[in-house]
Design a protein around this ligand. Structure first.
Ligand SMILES: Nc1nc2c(c(=O)[nH]1)N[C@H]1C(S)=C(S)[C@@H](COP(=O)(O)O)O[C@H]1N2
Ligand SMILES: [Mo]
Length: 384
């Protein structure tokens, strides 16, 4: 084997975080996050900065597809339109949303479906996310369900179509940056929110201030930022990028060109976990127990347990798993491991969902756009 220990650790599974440049020059970019792109701004969070129970706004990843909109100072007048297959189309201001509906605060994960794309071979084009395209914050807003019910969902309603205020990158007003949607049943789930606050404060403009959707457990792209309209539709939505967030309907060999007719929309996301302590590359003193912690989350199927290994998956230790603050929140895991001698170790974490599906050691199911890579996260530790 060649190269430095850190380099080898990186090859072993992205144990060290590659910094692909910084975007601090761009307004709104967050210091300390790794930039994957700056026009539009895309930033991921190094895993050790995701150690808090609720991800601080300053550390929450950013994934923009278009131009960041100008947000007026008087945001209480921000308008949201609900139309399509409803009895009474609604045109609500943010002030009305706050006043006329019951508000809720829930701790919810958002993860980009492309998180982990960097590890697919052959490479899939798109942002080369490693592990940090995920965050979990306390979101305050109203249930989308309550707003849809106020509008009166018709029996013909099948799907939602979401629209935001961000212009297409080209500036062409005929084009839309992104407009995804979900089946009406997911829109009516009690954890799908229209949110105006993150961790008790206004959310950063980069994360959708003043109003955004949170559709937990599904690809982050469903969670429209700068929300202006929800179009209730009588068929599957066909907005911008509805065709993109898809996976082959059957397993394909790496590199296969899959006909569009065989691609299916991604719904619930797979089980996953992240080691947030120790940070990769940490040097620890030999002799004592080594505390390991992180978070585990999943889509519509709950997390069942988390295991940790320090011998490349030969043996596993069951971690303790704290209860979720609420459904779709990530859950803290903790384990205590004892490296038997001095030297180089990797800590691996593996979450398993309630249907017995565990995170694989290497990227699962190659797919043309590089989605849903829930491979195990690993950190390198030097015991001296
Ligand atoms: N209006 C709008 N909403 C959007 C996007 C966008 O570009 N424009 N990006 C989506 C994608 S692909 C993801 S992963 C999440 C990311 O949310 P964040 O930037 O707050 O982390 O927002 C989604 N909502
Ligand atoms: Mo995304």
């Amino acid at each position: 084997m060649s190269g430095s220990p850190t380099r080898r650790a990186l090859l072993a599974g992205g144990a060290a975080l590659p910094l692909v440049g910084t975007a601090e020059a761009q307004e709104g970019a967050k210091a300390g996050l790794a930039a994957l792109g700056d026009r539009p701004l895309v930033q991921e969070t190094p895993p050790h900065l995701l150690d808090e129970e609720a991800t601080p706004a300053a550390r929450f990843f950013v994934r923009n597809n278009g131009q960041v909109p100008e947000i007026p100072a008087a945001v209480e007048g921000w308008r949201l339109r609900i139309d399509g297959e409803v009895e009474r189309p609604l045109d609500l201001t943010l002030a009305q949303l706050k006043r006329d509906f019951e508000s809720a605060t829930l701790r919810l994960v958002i993860e980009c479906a492309g998180n982990g794309r960097r590890f697919f071979r052959p490479a899939a084009s798109g942002n080369q996310w490693t592990f940090g395209g995920v965050g979990c914050a306390d979101w305050t807003g109203v249930r989308l369900r309550d707003v849809l019910q106020r509008a009166g969902v018709k029996r013909s309603a099948v799907y939602t179509g979401h629209y935001g205020a961000d212009a297409h990158l080209s500036g062409d007003p005929q084009k839309t940056a992104i407009s995804r949607g979900v089946p009406i049943a997911k829109a009516l789930e009690a954890h799908t929110l229209i949110a105006w606050a993150m961790n008790g404060a206004d959310m950063p403009v980069m994360n959708g201030h003043p109003l955004r959707l949170i559709v937990p457990g599904w690809p982050g792209s469903c969670s429209q930022k700068w929300l202006t309209r929800i179009w209730v539709r009588d068929r599957e939505h066909d907005g911008e990028k509805m065709a993109q967030y898809r996976m082959p309907a059957y397993p394909v060999a790496p590199g296969t060109e899959v006909p569009e007719s065989d691609m299916e929309i991604i719904e619930s996301m797979p089980v996953k976990s992240l080691i947030t302590f120790p940070p990769t590359g940490a040097r620890v003193r030999f002799g004592g127990a080594l505390d390991v912690r992180g978070h585990a989350w999943s889509g519509d199927v709950e997390v069942a347990h988390v295991d940790v290994s320090i011998d490349f998956g030969a043996t596993w230790t069951r971690a303790s798993l704290a209860p979720a603050a609420n459904r779709y929140a990530w859950r803290r895991f903790r384990a205590s491991v004892r490296p038997p001698e001095q030297g180089y170790y990797e800590i691996w974490a593996r979450a398993t969902d309630a249907q017995g599906r565990a995170q694989p050691a290497s990227p699962p199911g190659w797919n043309p756009h590089g989605y849903c890579n829930n491979q195990q996260h690993r950190v390198a530790v030097f015991v001296t």
